[in-house]
Ligand binder design. Structure first.
Ligand code: PEP
Length: 252
């Protein structure tokens, strides 16, 4: 049976005091379950501080993006080695906000994914369609293109050290959630695309759902056979909301 991962994407929110309060709440209330794992992805300036606060706890640390370059004259960028150095184990790549607001192409995302794998960080590859694409019946086509760009660059073996997050863009921060069956259909499709390359890797990989996950819809989503947890935006910013999702995962 696969683990359930509940990952919080704090986006560009928080400050030192609020982060400490949030972490203290999460650490105090985190469910004790061998199967449920928790990950937080704070903004860059707070990563080292958060790493110190969660040291020795089961909470894992990730960044929200990373440079595809190892080092050098890339003003404003942060490398995989730097993230590893300060205690990150994971990094999000290809979040829809990076793709839509900062122009990251699938080939940029593939390069970041490759850099993460090469440097020993576990990438969480975010894929998902817009509402227009869903309404045009293009969901699988869009997800295939986003997955294949990475598969062509790194090969299937790299997915043994990665996570995929299916995040329909129309569900992110909108309060609209894919139904468990809508999400399951895409998750199953993603697993089948990977299985066409390697059945064992496809069976083992965690595929998270993201898009307005809350305490009251998490259990329904996470109980679907191909949904292995969630990537949580808004509801990761309050300990009670995040823990309600973690508790729902632990109840399964
Ligand atoms: C996200 O940005 O990854 C996300 C899923 O956000 P929200 O939970 O707020 O929809």
């Amino acid at each position: 049976m696969r683990d359930i991962l509940v990952a919080g994407n704090w986006k560009m929110n928080g400050d030192t005091a609020r982060n400490s309060e949030l972490l203290a709440g999460i650490l105090a209330g985190a469910p004790t379950s061998d199967r449920v794992k928790l990950l937080v992805c704070p903004p860059f300036p707070y990563l080292a501080d958060v790493a110190r606060q969660i040291a020795g706890s089961p909470l894992q640390l990730g960044a929200q993006t990373v440079s595809e370059h190892p080092a050098g004259a890339f003003t404003g960028e942060v490398s995989v080695a730097m993230l590893r150095d300060i205690g990150c184990s994971h990094v999000l790549v290809g979040h829809s906000e990076r793709r839509s607001l900062y122009g990251e192409s699938s080939s940029d995302v593939a390069a970041k994914f490759a850099a993460a794998i090469d440097g020993g960080l576990r990438p969480v590859l975010c894929v998902g369609e817009t509402l227009a694409e869903r309404n045009a019946g293009q969901t699988e086509q869009v997800v295939d293109q986003q997955l294949n760009a990475v598969l062509e660059r790194v090969g299937i073996a790299a997915f043994a050290r990665a996570i995929v997050a299916y995040e329909p863009v129309w569900a992110i921060g909108t309060g609209l959630t894919a139904t468990p069956q809508q999400a399951q259909d895409v998750h199953r499709h993603i697993r089948s695309v990977l299985a066409a390359h390697d059945a064992d890797i496809a069976e083992a990989i965690l595929i998270l759902y993201g898009g307005s996950v809350k305490g009251d819809n998490a259990a329904g989503l996470f109980s679907m056979p191909d949904i292995d947890g969630g990537l949580i935006g808004g509801a990761s910013l309050k300990a009670g909301d995040f823990l309600a999702i973690a508790d729902a995962a632990a109840s399964l």
